[in-house]
Structures are given as structure tokens and as C-alpha cells.
Design a protein around this ligand. Sequence first.
Ligand code: FDA
Length: 500
Amino acid sequence: AKRPRLSKDDFLSCLASDIPARLLYAKGSPSYGSVLTSTIRNLRYLSSKTVNPVYIVTPTDVEHIQAAVVCGRRYGVRIRVRSGGHDYEGLSYRSESPEPFAIVDLSKMRNVRVDGKARTAWVESGAQLGELYYGIAKASPTLAFPAGVCPTIGVGGHFSGGGFGMLLRKFGVAADNVIDAKLIDANGKVQDRKSMGEDHFWAIRGGGGESFGIVVAWKVNLLPVPPTVTVFQLPKTLNEGAIDLLTKWQELAPALPDDLMIRVMAQGQKAVFEALYLGTCTSLLPLMSSRFPELGMNRSHCNEMSWVQSIAYIHLGKNATVKDILNRTSSIRAFGKYKSDYVAQPIAKSVWETIYSNWFSKPGAGVMIMDPYGATISAPNESTTPFPHRKGVLYNIQYITFWFGDGAPSVAPIKWIRDFYAFMEPYVTKNPRQAYVNYRDLDLGVNEVVAGGNVSSYKSGKAWGERYFKGNFERLARTKGKVDPTDYFRNEQSIPPLIA
Ligand code: FDA
């Protein structure tokens, strides 16, 4: 008798012929739920309305990933790849539309191999940033890597979208310092830098996750830091002149020497100035008193430590130990909505006054985190990597609103962030209004699949894509057209294939 066509079950038997059963989870099986939720950070996507995967694969080996891609293509099951699960819109583990898909979850592939002599490391995508930082510091206390502030972020998604933290002014984004990679392409083949070619290698260093294949591991350059760095955190209230300081900070911070990064968190009635200086307190003090005397920073504000300790200190607080950055569950889980902007002209003091008096006191109000650019992050041409936010950018704004508790009201925070974003339009970059792909925001637009075509349309991608990538969007789409013309690796904001 003819076998009924049950493509999903065929997919599972196809997987099972190459992947041990203990690494496969079908919806409804006992551990499915705990594996699915293990790295979900945004509680919005733990809801019963979320479209979840039909299968989860947790490979321990490159061949398992290859098998997942080959089986997925053969039986028409799409794959979403998840490394750290930090995607703000949950695109690594949920779909907006009700389609059957599988997750390849790389959390079991997190090896970090540091070569202290050569000043390089191979890091697997499933490692979290804390594991990379820890591994580097163990090999040498004077080597570092420039990437995100939060230690639980996954290497895979983070490097794919650029990736920046407190070393951005000294060493640029994470993707700028990637020198080789190992990936599984849309045909299930293993590629490295040489075999994939320079366009493909260019695209994976900032073009956003998912689109160009599953990156298994990255080779990175490690960079020199002094044995002692200095951290300070200075909260200033409105009465203490927060608005004047913030107004001045906008042009001052991007022009400081590259050893000094001062970012700002603005919220409620205050602004917190948080800094990492690559040197001792004694050499920082004269710099602060000549460049930013108004901040009133003095020796009592200095906290000297090693670079790796500064990771724990800045994200987890002054009592955190270096080992704490290895904790995979330490990050707060909350319901959240996030957006981003880039600023190229300083915002007037009067606008900051309105932001504080009006927006920060509204119901659902959140926080603005502002990272100054300038120096190394701003040095490359816009097309050197897909990450285009270079010359002329003063700083990045991340808008965050979050809320806690099951069934907690989400209307006010989401309304606040969307209305505030609309208010900010005149003061930020235009044509396009730039945004950072790692601060994923589906409000910017989602892909449409044109009837009959079965690929995401270039036009629908352009709407959000030029905000993340500016003029690099077209080259990304042409590269996608070459390496994945049938658009197998896709999600709501993957790069659509442009075929010449
Ligand atoms: P996740 O696994 O969710 O993947 C994100 C996207 O990349 C998905 O589309 C996924 O399919 C794809 N992907 C994942 N692994 C892949 C792989 N191996 N190959 C190909 N595609 C892959 N950013 C920043 O620059 N600086 C910062 O300081 C912070 N801080 C921060 C704090 C917190 C608490 C959160 C939740 C997020 C940030 N971010 C950030 C944003 C972060 O960089 C962004 O969410 C990254 O994409 C997360 O990477 P993950 O691997 O964790 O995400």
C-alpha cells in the first residue's frame, strides 16, 4: 500500500538516522518544554499563543547540524537556529505565522579554544559571552575581546549582528574582529572562510542571524588590555544637573581618547554615567578633570580591577565574582519591548527637558541606554562589514521597556515605547532612520512572501533592511541570492534573496 505523506514524521525518521534520539525533542515529549524554555529571555514568547517549534534538535556535532539541514530541505521543514536565545523578538525559537518548523539549538556546542600566543580564539556559537571572556582571561589577563555587556548573550546571534559593549571605542564591534568561521550552508555543506568566499564571509559578520547558514564556530582576534582597568558609575539627579551633563556628554563622549568609554542610562529623574577606562585611576583623573570636570568625578569613584572582573562588575554588580559570568541563568527574565536609534546631531537641552518632564513620568515608562561611538567603531567605511553605523554617528540609543509578572499589563509599556519612538523622530538619523539589527524590532517591518514565489520579497525586506544595513542591504540580498536562492533559512527579518 502507498504510504500516506506525513512529511513531519518523515523528517523525524530522517533526523533519527543520523542524530542520537537523546538529542531530539518532539512537541509533547517529556523534556520538550524545559529544553524550549531553557534560554528564552523574553517572557512575552512563553505564552500559549506563541507558535512553537514542532521539533528541537540539540546537536553535539557538526554532522548533526548537517543532517538537520539536509532532512529539513528534503521534507520541507524550516529550521530556526538558536544560540543564546536573546533575540528581542524571539525569532530564534518562535514564528509569527503558524508554520511547522524545527529549532537547531546550539547550547551543547560551546567550546572556547584560546591560543594565547597567537592571540586568537575559536569559539563555538553556543557559548555565551561570559564563557568566552572567562576563557580568554584564563589564558592571559591582558587579552580581551570586544563584545556585549551581558554575559549570557549567545555568541552565534551576537556576532551575526555586529555585537558591541564597553570596548567598542577601542576595538569596534565583535564582527570586526572575526577572521574565520565554520558554517553549514543551505545545502548542508561545511564551509570555512576560504571555501565560502569573501561575499559570504562578509555577510555573516554583521548581516544578522539566520540568513546565511548556521555558523558553528568563529575564529577571532584577541586584543591587548592593561592588567588594571578602572570602572566608575556616577548617578546624577535632575537637581544635580543631569540634563546639562547629558547635553554636554553627547559631543564629548564620542571625541574622548579611545581608552575611555562613558555610557549613559537615562530613566526617571536621573542619568547614570557608567565608564570603563583602560588604565589606572591615577591616569584617568587628569583626563576627567580636563575633559569633563562638570561630572565631578574624583578618586573615591574609581574601582580598579582586571578587565574580566569589569564584565562581572558592570553587569552583575560590585559583589559579583568572575565565576558569576559563567552562570547561564543569571540574567533577569522579564517581559520586554525594545527599539533603537542612532544620533548624528546633538539633541538640544530643551528636548532633554521634555524627555524628562514628560516621557519618563508616563505610565509604562522605561529606560534609554546610550552608547557613544567614535574612535575605532567609527573608523571603517560603511561597507567594510554589513554593520553600517560608522562615521558621523555620535551615539546609539536603546529604548527598553519591561514588565514583570504573569498577565501583567503590557499595554502601557508598549504604548509608551512606540509613542516615545515617534516623538524622537526629528532628533535622530533620517533617510533611513537607522536601527541596530541586534536590537531586533519587528515594528520596522517584516518580510512578505509573494504568492507563487515562495521567497521573501526584496521589496518587503528593504523597508526594515535599509534601517539596519543602509546601502549594504542590497549586497546582502545579492549574496543571499547566491548562497540560498530558495530562501530556505528564513524568518520575519531574514535577508531576502535578490537574484540578478
Ligand atoms: P538568539 O539565539 O536568539 O539568535 C538571534 C538571531 O540570530 C536569530 O535570528 C537566530 O536564528 C540567529 N542565530 C543564532 N545563532 C546563530 C548561528 N549560530 N548562526 C546563524 N544565525 C544564528 N547586544 C549588543 O550588541 N550589546 C549588548 O550589550 C547587548 N546586551 C543585551 C542584553 C540582553 C539581556 C539581551 C536579551 C540582549 C542584548 N543584546 C546586546 C542583543 C543581542 O546582541 C542580540 O539579541 C543577539 O542576537 C543575541 O544572540 P543570541 O545567540 O543570544 O540570540
